[in-house]
Design a binder for this molecule. Structure first.
Ligand code: AMP
Ligand code: MG
Length: 323
């Protein structure tokens, strides 16, 4: 058997991780949102390997990770909105889509041919450490095969990608557990392309009104490839906003576990906390995605704060089985 690519996060592992990135290899590493599959964002071949490892459609661009706003400014045209948001939320779970600088040096494939680029400064100390050691921008989509639920532990990455990453840096479970909020700052009005830990209300407090473009208007082409409805899906069908699981179904409660008839019962958050629910969602979906059940049934989650992002992921996971 090939040795496992998982190594504990320590000095040696991080030095090796930076070396692997420099030589065009792939390193999976933890961020505060989910695990990313990292590659040198300036290296076309390395980026092509990311798309191949994930089996990701090449029209779906990647988020580029940077240590801070100064580094972001070398890659994208930073505007007032970006400065204000970065001061408040970077490093953190918020990605900006900005016009791409002509002299960015980024691989064209990173942006999937768009003249924009998505940028984020992650808060996780291991991600920051890796960015410092590597000394350049790291493209890092979630470290899972396309369409699957994002990984929140090193074991999830191994389960999903096998030995496609040259190294998986094990930094334990991710704190936030959902992908970053993506906000498009290219137009006159900022627009949310993906809901996440930084909420619409928080963005509006800083920017005034913000459009919700996370679901394309009917008849309109998606503004972001990630708007496509089917995403983040387990193999089993999902029934959401339901509290009536059958005896062959797995039940995910919110708050006190009810659903007595279910084959198995878990709770996103026994105390009814949406932040805890976000952090546990993907791990629970993976745990219960087993052939002995006929479906996963999920109780209603409040549409407040990060709860909106939880519901967004649940709707997409449910939509994957609608046809
Ligand atoms: P992931 O890399 O898995 O975290 O997903 C990145 C998300 O950001 C996807 O929903 C992409 O479609 C979106 N995205 C990345 N770059 C851009 C861009 N230049 N314009 C619009 N959306 C983008
Ligand atoms: Mg993803």
């Amino acid at each position: 058997m090939a040795p496992s690519p998982i190594d504990p996060a320590n000095e040696d592992t991080l030095t090796r991780a930076a070396d692997i990135l420099r030589s065009g290899g792939l390193v999976a590493f933890p961020t505060e949102t989910v695990y990313g599959l990292g590659a040198d964002a300036r290296n076309d071949k390395a980026i092509a390997r990311v798309f191949a490892a994930k089996d990701r459609p090449s029209f779906n661009p990647l988020i580029v990770h940077v240590p801070d706003l100064a580094a972001a400014g070398a890659l994208g045209e930073v505007n007032d909105h970006a400065v204000a948001l970065a001061e408040r939320y970077w490093p953190g779970p918020l990605s900006f889509v900005l016009p791409r600088r002509a002299d960015s040096g980024l691989s064209l494939l990173v942006s999937a041919g768009l003249d924009t680029v998505a940028l984020r400064a992650p808060a996780h100390p291991l991600a920051q450490d890796l960015l410092t050691r590597f000394g350049g921008p790291i493209a890092a989509p979630s470290a899972n095969r396309a369409g699957e639920v994002s990984p929140t532990t090193a074991a999830h990455v191994l389960e999903s990608l096998g030995d496609a990453p040259d190294l998986i840096v094990d930094g334990g479970a991710c704190m936030v557990g959902l992908e970053s909020t993506v906000v498009d700052l290219c137009g006159d009005r900022p627009a949310i392309l993906r809901h996440g830990a930084v909420t619409r209300e928080q963005l509006e407090r800083m920017l005034g009104s913000v459009d919700d473009a996370s679901v394309p208007e009917s008849g309109q082409a998606p503004r972001s490839p990630g708007q496509i409805a089917k995403h983040y899906a387990p193999s089993l069908p999902l029934r959401i906003n339901a509290t009536d699981p059958g005896p062959d179904e797995a039940f995910i409660a919110f708050g006190e576990p009810g659903g007595k008839n279910a084959a198995v019962i878990r709770s996103l958050s026994p105390s009814g906390n949406v932040i805890e629910a976000a952090a546990r969602l993907f791990a629970l979906l993976r745990e219960l995605d087993r052939p002995e059940f006929t479906a996963i049934v999920v109780a209603p989650v409040p549409e407040t704060g990060i709860g909106r992002a939880v519901n967004d992921r649940l709707r997409r996971a449910a939509a994957a089985h609608e046809d």
